[in-house]
Write a protein that binds this ligand. Structure first.
Ligand code: ATP
Ligand code: MG
Length: 425
C-alpha cells in the first residue's frame, strides 16, 4: 500500500461531526455583527511580507518567529496572514474605504502562525475580527467591547470570561514610559529571562507580559504605565470605563496588559478565561490610530479586536453551551423497485414545500431492515417509508426514530404539515 500523506502539524481538518458546532458559532457571530450594522470584508490569505513587518512590528513574536514566509516563483516575499488587521487596513487603503469615512467591518477566516501546537494553539487557526475606522472618541471603543460582550451573552458564557482593560496612552506617552521602563530594568539585566534581555533595548514594553517568575518579581517595583499617560488619553480611558459601567460590563484594570503587536495606542483589552489553561485569551483588541497612516493612507483613527474561534468553540464545548441543528431531519426509504423509481421525485416535492427540511433519500436499495439501520445511523428524527401500498394510495408512512410514538400513514399534504415543525427546531 502507498504511504499515506498526513496534514501539516498544527493544521486541523474540521470533520463532519465537528462542523455543526462551528456552523452554529459562525451563525451567531454573523448575527451579532449584523445587529451592530457591521459589514463583512474578505481579504486574501496571502499578502506581501512587508505588510506584516511594517504593521505588526519587527520585534514581536509574530514577525520574529511565527510567520509562514516564502518566496513565490517570481522571487517576491509572501506571507500567509498571521492576523487580519493589517490586511484589512491594506484593503481599506487600496479601495478608498477609509479616507473621510466611517467604516464598521468584520471578517472571519484562517490565520497562520508557526507556533508549538497544543490545546487552543494551532498553526492554522481561525479568527473573527472587527475593525472600526474613522472614530476617535471612546464611544467607538465602548461599542467594540460591547459587541464582544454581547457574543458571550448570546452563547451563555458571560460568567466564564473576564474583561481586562488598560490604556497605553498616546504614542509620546508610551515612548516616555518605554524609556523609563528600560532605565529601570537595565539595572537588573542579568536577572531577566533571555527573551526579556533581548527585548530590553528593542521592545521593553513586551517584558511586561513575560511569564518568567523572576522577571515578574522585578516588575513589581517598575515604573507604572498610568503615571505616564497624557491627559487626553486619561480622559479617553475614563470615558470608556464610564460607558462600560453604564452598560453593565464589568472589567479589571490590568496595567501589565500591553498586547503583542506594535500598532496599538490608548485602549487595549483582552477577554480571558480560566477554563482553557494557558491559552486563556479568547479575544483581544484595542485602538490603533497610527496604523492606517503607517501603511500609506491618510491618518485615520481605528479600533478593533480579534477572537480566536477554536478557543471559543473549546470553551463552549466545555461549558456544554452548543446545541447544533440536526444534520438530518428525515430519511426517506423506498421499498421495492417501483418506489425506488418514484422516491427522488417525491423527495424533490418535499424540498419544494419545505426548503429548510434536511432530507436524505436512501440510495442503493435493499430490504427494510437494512434501510432502517441506515436511517437510524443518519441521526434522523423520522423515517419516511414508501412501499407498494403507499405508492398506490399516494401516501407515506412516517415512523418516529427517537421516540415510542406510533407510526402513521399520511397523505403527502399531511406529511408536509407533520414535517414542518422539524424544520423550525
Ligand atoms: P497568545 O498570547 O495566546 O499567543 P496572541 O496575543 O498572540 O495570543 P492575538 O494576536 O491577539 O493573540 O490574536 C487574537 C486571538 O486569536 C487570541 O486571543 C486567540 O484567541 C487567538 N489566537 C492567537 N494565536 C492563536 C493560535 N496559534 N491558535 C489558536 N488561536 C490563536
Ligand atoms: Mg501569540
Amino acid at each position: 500500500m502507498a504511504k499515506s500523506i498526513q496534514a501539516i502539524r498544527g493544521m486541523n481538518d474540521l470533520l463532519p461531526e465537528q462542523s455543526p458546532a462551528w456552523q452554529q458559532v459562525e451563525s451567531v457571530i454573523r448575527q451579532v455583527a449584523a445587529s451592530y450594522g457591521y459589514s463583512e470584508i474578505r481579504m486574501p490569505v496571502l499578502e506581501s511580507t512587508a505588510l506584516f513587518k511594517r504593521s505588526i512590528g519587527e520585534v514581536t513574536d509574530i514577525v520574529e518567529k511565527e510567520m509562514y514566509t516564502f518566496d513565490d516563483r517570481n522571487g517576491d516575499s509572501l506571507t500567509l496572514r498571521p492576523e487580519g488587521t493589517a490586511s484589512c487596513v491594506r484593503a481599506g487603503n487600496q479601495h478608498g474605504l477609509l479616507y473621510n469615512q466611517i467604516q464598521r467591518l468584520w471578517y472571519m477566516g484562517p490565520m497562520f502562525r508557526y507556533e508549538r501546537p497544543q490545546k487552543g494553539r494551532y498553526r492554522q487557526f481561525h479568527q473573527f475580527g472587527i475593525e472600526v475606522f474613522g472614530l476617535t472618541e471612546a464611544d467607538a471603543d465602548a461599542e467594540v467591547i460591547l459587541l464582544s460582550a454581547r457574543l458571550w451573552k448570546a452563547f451563555g458564557i458571560g460568567d466564564q470570561v473576564e474583561l481586562q482593560l488598560n490604556s497605553l496612552g498616546s504614542n509620546e506617552a508610551r515612548n516616555r514610559y518605554r524609556e523609563a521602563l528600560h532605565d529601570y530594568l537595565v539595572q537588573y539585566r542579568e536577572q531577566l529571562d533571555e527573551d526579556s534581555q533581548r527585548r530590553l533595548s528593542s521592545n521593553p514594553l513586551r517584558i511586561l507580559d513575560s511569564k518568567d517568575p523572576a522577571t515578574q518579581q522585578l516588575l513589581a517595583d517598575a515604573p507604572r504605565l498610568s503615571d505616564y499617560w497624557d491627559e487626553e488619553s486619561r480622559q479617553h480611558f475614563e470615558q470608556l470605563c464610564q460607558r462600560l459601567s453604564e452598560a453593565g460590563v464589568s472589567y479589571t484594570l490590568n496595567e501589565r496588559l500591553v498586547r503583542g503587536l506594535d500598532y496599538y495606542n490608548r485602549t487595549v483589552f483582552e477577554w480571558v478565561t480560566t477554563a482553557l489553561g494557558a491559552q486563556g485569551t479568547v479575544c483581544a483588541g484595542g485602538r490603533y490610530d497610527g496604523l492606517v497612516e503607517q501603511l500609506g493612507g491618510k491618518a485615520t483613527p481605528a479600533v478593533g479586536f480579534a477572537m480566536g474561534i477554536e478557543r471559543l468553540v473549546l470553551l463552549l464545548q466545555e461549558q456544554h453551551k452548543l446545541s447544533p441543528r440536526r444534520v438530518v431531519d428525515a430519511y426517506l426509504m423506498p421499498l421495492g423497485q417501483a418506489a425506488e423509481l418514484k422516491a427522488p421525485a417525491i423527495a424533490e416535492k418535499l424540498r419544494d414545500a419545505l426548503p429548510e427540511l434536511r432530507l436524505v433519500v436512501h440510495c442503493g436499495g435493499g430490504a427494510m431492515k437494512k434501510q432502517m439501520k441506515k436511517a437510524d445511523k443518519s441521526g434522523a428524527e423520522l423515517a419516511l417509508i414508501i412501499g407498494d401500498n403507499e405508492l398506490a394510495e399516494q401516501q407515506i408512512t412516517v415512523k418516529p426514530l427517537r421516540s415510542d410514538a406510533e407510526q402513521q400513514t399520511l397523505s403527502h399534504a399531511e406529511l408536509i404539515e407533520t414535517l414542518r415543525p422539524l424544520t423550525q427546531a
